[in-house]
Design a protein around this ligand. Structure first.
Ligand SMILES: NC(=O)c1ccc[n+]([C@@H]2O[C@H](COP(=O)([O-])OP(=O)(O)OC[C@H]3O[C@@H](n4cnc5c(N)ncnc54)[C@H](O)[C@@H]3O)[C@@H](O)[C@H]2O)c1
Length: 298
C-alpha cells in the first residue's frame, strides 16, 4: 500500500538509493535535508533537524505544491525515516558529531510521535558494535554480531548512535509507536563494487566492518519492509547483506582472522559475521545484490 513518508537525509549516500526504491514501491516521499536531492517527484525541504521548531514544522507541511489543491491542509504522514546525520568520525569535532546526531534524532522522534506519526525508522550503525572506530585493534566479544550484543562503542559517533537507540526505545515505551533502529553496515553504492577485490585480498582491512556490507538498494528494501511491518514496538535490526566479504567459509575465516572472538552458534556457510538473520526471519528480507554478482571471481 502506498504510504506518505518523510525521509531525512535523503540527499546522502544511502538516501539517494533508498528514496528511489521507496518511490518504485508506490510511496510518496518528502526529503528533509540541508542539500538538494536530484530525484524527480521528490521535493527537498531544506531543514536543519538540530532545530526542534524546524523539525516539528517540516513534519506537518505539504510535500509539494499539489498539496494545496485539496484545500484540506497537509495530509497525514504515515512514517518517518531518519537517515540525516554526521555519518562518521573525523568530519566534525567529536562533540559536534555527538551533539548533531543525538539532538537531531531526539527532535525527529519527538516531533513524529507528538504529531501522531506511529512509525519511525532511524539509522543506527555497525559502529555500535564497538570495533569500527575503536582506538587500536579491538576484538569483537563474539560472533555472530546479533541485535542482543552488549554494544560498547568508544568513539563519539558510535556513542551517538547508541544514545539514539535509547531515545527510540524511550519514545516507543512512552507512546506505543513503532520505532525501529537499523544497525546499518558499511553502505556500498552500485559503483563501489570495484573496491571488493582489494577487500578480499586484504582480510584484516575489513575487520572494522566485520567483513560485512549493505548494498544501498537492498537498504531501500529493508526500509520498505520496516514501513510495511507494524506492531513491533521498539526494535533493533542489523541492516546488512547475507554473506561475508571473503572467499573462505565464515567459520573457518573467523577462526583464522578473529581467533580471540568465540563463535556462539553454528554459522551459515557464508553467513555475514554481522548477521542479518533477524531481518530475514522477522521482515522477510531477500537480498537482491549479492556482491558476487558484481565482482569478477577474486
Ligand atoms: N555510509 C555508511 O556506510 C553508513 C553505515 C552505517 C550507518 N550509516 C548511517 O546511515 C545514515 C545515512 O548515511 P550516509 O552515508 O547516507 O550519510 P551522508 O552524509 O551521505 O548523508 C547524510 C545526509 O544528512 C544530511 N544532514 C546532515 N545533518 C543534517 C541536519 N542537521 N539537518 C538535515 N539534514 C542533515 C546531509 O546533508 C546528508 O545529505 C546516517 O545516519 C549514517 O550515520 C551510514
Amino acid at each position: 500500500m502506498s504510504k506518505r513518508i518523510v525521509f531525512t537525509g535523503g540527499s546522502g549516500k544511502a538516501g539517494r538509493h533508498a528514496v528511489p526504491y521507496l518511490l518504485s514501491k508506490g510511496h510518496k516521499v518528502l526529503n528533509l535535508d540541508l542539500v538538494p536531492l536530484d530525484c524527480p517527484g521528490v521535493n527537498t525541504l531544506f531543514t536543519d533537524l538540530t532545530d526542534s521548531g524546524q523539525t516539528f514544522n517540516a513534519l506537518s507541511m505539504h510535500f509539494g505544491f499539489d498539496g494545496y489543491e485539496t484545500g484540506k491542509g497537509p495530509a497525514p504522514v504515515d512514517a518517518v525515516v531518519h537517515f540525516a546525520a554526521v555519518p562518521r568520525v573525523l568530519l566534525k569535532p567529536d562533540n559536534a558529531t555527538f551533539e548533531a546526531n543525538v539532538v537531531s534524532t531526539y527532535n525527529v522522534i519527538e516531533a513524529a510521535v507528538k504529531l501522531g506519526i506511529r512509525k519511525v525508522i532511524i539509522a543506527s550503525s555497525e559502529t555500535t558494535y564497538g570495533v569500527c572506530f575503536a582506538e587500536g585493534d579491538k576484538d569483537f566479544h563474539s560472533f555472530p554480531l546479533e541485535e542482543d550484543y552488549d554494544i560498547d562503542p568508544m568513539d563519539s559517533y558510535g556513542l551517538s548512535k547508541l544514545v539514539n537507540e535509547k531515545t527510540a526505545r524511550a519514545f516507543a515505551m512512552r507512546t506505543g509507536a513503532d520505532i525501529y533502529a537499523l544497525r546499518i553496515g558499511n553502505v556500498i553504492e552500485p559503483n563501489e563494487y570495484d573496491r571488493f577485490p582489494a577487500f578480499i585480498a586484504d582480510p584484516p582491512s575489513r575487520k572494522r566492518n566485520a567483513w560485512s556490507y549493505i548494498d544501498a538498494r537492498d537498504l531501500g528494501q529493508i526500509v520498505d519492509l520496516c514501513i510495511k511491518k507494524d506492531g513491533l514496538g521498539f526494535q533493533v535490526f542489523n541492516a546488512v547483506n547475507d554473506t561475508i566479504t571473503a572467499n573462505e567459509p565464515t567459520e573457518a575465516f573467523l577462526k583464522r582472522y578473529a581467533p580471540k572472538s568465540p563463535i556462539t552458534r553454528p554459522l551459515g556457510e557464508r553467513e555475514a559475521p554481522l548477521s542479518n538473520r533477524k531481518i530475514r526471519e522477522v521482515l522477510g528480507f531477500k537480498e537482491e545484490h549479492d556482491w558476487r554478482k558484481y565482482v569478477p571471481k577474486a
